[in-house]
Design a protein around this ligand. Structure first.
Ligand code: ADP
Ligand code: MG
Ligand code: MG
Length: 253
């Protein structure tokens, strides 16, 4: 079972011009087996939502709640959130020079499971994950994100998704910087993950392109720190032709 429940979430960030409210009351419930897409213009607060759920220290929750299967996520440290089953693939992944992909993944897996994975099965799992993503085996020996192309970064994220096996995956702009072949491979990875009936996916994107490969159950339009509209997959197609303008002017009015 995995239900992520976000209620009336308010979040501020400290900027050079003082404290700014970015999330202005976000409501979202992701149940078992559901894929939700959040779409919206640049600067509307989509990444802020992802970072806030993940517990990034830059973001201050000033109101509302986030629970995973009833447990208070906002009370958890970043590590505890990961152990509880939350996974965040970031829009701007950090470089970890000197730490290989293989070691990074093993450390993450150990932290999440509370014990180190058995070496033989682990090597098999890692190689299997790379094969599914059409990655060269030498990839596992490279430093995390160092000199990675856009496509390699995203494949690395999907590798983490496959190996760490979270309950709810939050994918922020997983489609950005991908050519069509990489987009297909990455989408297949997300689809393999979401085939498990107990997994939730929150797919944050600016473009409708990825939604041709990953069919969401729900599409939400996010404008100015709030949900402006929600619907089914057809809403993504509508946005493709209309854009966000009508929602942006409604939010300003
Ligand atoms: P989106 O992902 O929808 O493009 P973001 O969540 O990245 O939007 O940003 C929403 C707003 O919050 C923007 O105005 C952005 O400048 C501001 N913001 C987000 N994170 C920070 C930060 N760490 N420091 C300062 N401002 C931020
Ligand atoms: Mg942005
Ligand atoms: Mg963003």
């Amino acid at each position: 079972m995995a239900t992520l429940d976000i209620k009336d979430l308010h979040v501020t960030v400290d900027t050079e011009d003082g404290t700014k409210e970015i999330l202005k009351g976000v409501d979202l419930t992701i149940k078992d087996g559901e894929t939700h897409a959040i779409m919206g213009p640049n600067g509307s607060g989509k990444s802020t939502l992802a970072y806030s759920i993940a517990g990034h220290p830059k973001y201050t929750v000033t109101g509302g709640s986030v629970t995973l299967d009833g447990a208070d996520v906002l009370e958890m440290s970043v590590d505890e959130r990961a152990r509880a089953g939350l996974f965040l693939a970031m829009q701007y992944p950090v470089e970890v020079p000197g730490v290989s992909v293989a070691n990074f993944l093993r450390t993450a897996k150990t932290a999440i499971d509370g014990e180190a994975p058995k070496l033989r099965t682990w090597v098999k799992d890692v190689n299997g994950a790379m094969e599914k993503l059409s990655m060269d085996p030498s990839f596992s020996q490279r430093s995390v994100n160092e000199g990675f192309s856009g496509g390699e970064k995203k494949r690395h994220e999907i590798m983490q998704l496959e190996l760490l096996d979270p309950k709810v995956a939050i994918l922020d702009e997983t489609d950005s910087g991908l050519d069509i072949d990489a987009l297909k491979i990455v989408s297949e990875g997300v689809n393999r993950f979401k085939q498990n009936s107990d997994k939730g996916v929150l797919l944050i994107t600016h473009y409708t392109r990825i939604l041709r490969y990953i069919t969401p159950d729900f599409v939400h339009v996010f404008v100015d720190g709030r949900m402006a509209e929600q619907g089914g997959p057809e809403l993504a197609e509508e946005l493709e032709s209309t854009g966000y303008d009508k929602y942006v002017s409604a939010a300003r009015a």
